[in-house]
Design a protein around this ligand. Structure first.
Ligand code: SF4
Length: 253
């Protein structure tokens, strides 16, 4: 019966088993994803690497799920080399499934820091710029958290226009209109919650009350302001078409 040394302790192994099987049979923790007892191992996830000494005595990492346990073999499941190989394996997996909570949780369990979860934001700052240059709210800013820059809300400044959500190329800023309330958010942070106004013509909710007020204030000084109305964009178009065509008919008549 072959004997192998794992982390300095000698274990007996059945003939033909893998190092991973010996590791697991003896209650030693090691991460795996692609391994399944009922299936042949293929070494796809690369998480089960262990340190072994090569022929020249140089340490290297081999996958324990496919490495056969042979007499006298010495392996380490914990070493700098193993940690670094495990980290890069976790990173490769995460590149293929960046939103996977399962991979992140497994990495945390094994003390591997993969940094913050991606939030879908490209840091293009279109949202910040449109909010301050056009929308007028100035409700978004950049903020460093643990050395990483995030787009975050400025409390109380959002007017609920939705321009940031419309301009965002990745959908990282969400706008949800439900039962007359508009919620703008990024990650799990709320940028603004707004009561919406109904269109006077069709009755649909179409804009936040705060935005309508903002527009009224911004345009009040304009010398060509017409009577304020509360029409949604569709009804505005509809009515302006009617106005245009009726005045054209008058001119033709
Ligand atoms: S919805 Fe709020 S944060 Fe977004 S552009 Fe408008 S005012 Fe700025």
């Amino acid at each position: 019966m072959p004997k192998i040394i794992i982390d300095g302790t000698e274990f007996e192994a059945d003939e033909g088993v893998t190092v991973l099987q010996v590791i697991r049979a003896n209650g030693i923790k090691i991460p795996t994803i692609c391994y399944h007892e009922a299936l042949k191992p293929i070494g796809a996830c690369n998480l089960c690497g262990v340190e072994v000494r090569g022929r020249a005595g140089k340490p290297r990492v081999l996958l324990s799920c496919i490495l056969k346990a042979r007499n006298g073999l010495e392996v380490k499941t914990r070493s700098e080399l193993v940690t670094s190989a495990r980290k890069s394996a976790f990173r490769n997996l995460l590149a293929m499934a960046p939103q996977s909570k399962f991979i992140r949780d497994l990495a945390v369990e094994y003390g591997v820091d993969l940094g913050p979860a991606p939030d879908g934001c490209l840091r293009c700052r279109l949202c910040i710029r449109v909010c301050s240059e056009i929308g007028g709210g100035g409700a978004l800013k950049r903020e460093k958290r643990d050395g990483i820059t995030f787009v975050v809300p400025r409390e109380g400044l959002c007017i609920g226009c939705g321009t940031c959500s419309n301009i965002c190329p990745t959908g990282a800023i969400r706008m949800i209109d439900e039962d007359g309330v508009r919620v703008i958010s990024i990650r799990d942070e709320v940028i603004g919650v707004h009561v919406m106004e109904r269109c006077e013509a069709c009755g649909r909710y179409f804009a936040s009350q705060k935005f309508i007020k903002h527009v009224q204030v911004r345009t009040s000084e304009h010398n060509n302001v017409k009577e304020h109305h509360l029409y949604c964009p569709t009804c505005v178009k509809l009515f302006s078409t009617r106005v245009k065509s009726s005045s054209r008919m008058k001119r033709l008549g």
